[in-house]
Design a protein around this ligand. Sequence first.
Ligand code: KG4
Ligand code: ZN
Length: 344
Amino acid sequence: MIVLGLETSCDETGVALYHSERGLLAQALHSQVDLHRTYGGVVPELASRDHVRRLLPLIESTMTDAGISRDRLDAVAFTAGPGLAGALMVGAATGAAIAWALELPALPVHHLEAHLLSPLLADPAPDFPFVALLVSGGHTQLLVAESVGRYRLLGDTLDDAAGEAFDKSAKMLGLPYPGGPALSALARQGRPGRFRLPRPMLRSGDLDFSFSGLKTAVLTQIRREPDDEQTRADLAAEIECAITDVLAAKSLAALRETGLGRLVVAGGVSANSRLRERLAEGCSAAGHELYLPPPALCTDNGVMIALAASLRLQAGLEAPKSYRFDVRPRWPLSELAAESERVG
Ligand code: KG4
Ligand code: ZN
């Protein structure tokens, strides 16, 4: 079975062809970073227009790269939410139209489920059940993934997401968008230990997160300190430590509480090398297995959309859909299990 996957939920146009037995056939990704940089963040209307410009040529080039003609496709999948409404509409309309023209199933995919399943591309892939830490620009959640389509929420952020904490702190340090990778790069020049920021909710006794207080603490420190390069690097190092300490500690607590021995980490922030190191140390000390997506597949891409749709089809969760499409800018992952049961 060959699935064409389209991702347009935010600032990356992603396209991929995934074969259920042979794996990834081809993929293409266009990042809008240069387009939004002048504005210091994603401008939704510009994002939608750029997806319109890029999507069809990317689909063409991906099909050519894979050497696949249209009649070999078995399904077309697109991100239906959560994300920016206009940006989602581009992928949904394009995906549904291609599926209609080729008389194939059109499959709406939940963006976070796609992130969560992306470590299944790694070798070895994790078996279910596992604990998943989902850390993206808009979400910070701990879940138990029981099987494809069945996810139980263990903890969530009460305010900012981890990615947002990286992005907002980066902005305060005068770093360009996208802030997370820029802050992480600056942190490498920093000396840990010069500053001490709070680790919010570290000892809250539950699996929830809160990062908005950290933002205030960062701002207070920045105002107090001289504005030189080393100070900014030292602060960046401490910000990265504070965020990743909390993420790692809560993930290990979730493994203890559930008695599960496998941790899967996904979403843009899972590209962060300090987080990857922390989790590797913690999991190895406690005898847990850790699964991370390959770094290139941590941030948004079309591969995870095609993979998620393929896994859902194989699990018998997706009935062929009508060609009416809708997008859901807000769509809690926990609602997916109930919806899956209805179709499955
Ligand atoms: O999953 P993603 O690509 O898009 C959303 O679905 O939100 O995640 C984007 C987030 C941004 O907040 C970005 O700053 C963060 O992931 N991010 C990072 C790194 N790479 C991406 N944060 C810290 N370190 C990184 N290396
Ligand atoms: Zn994402």
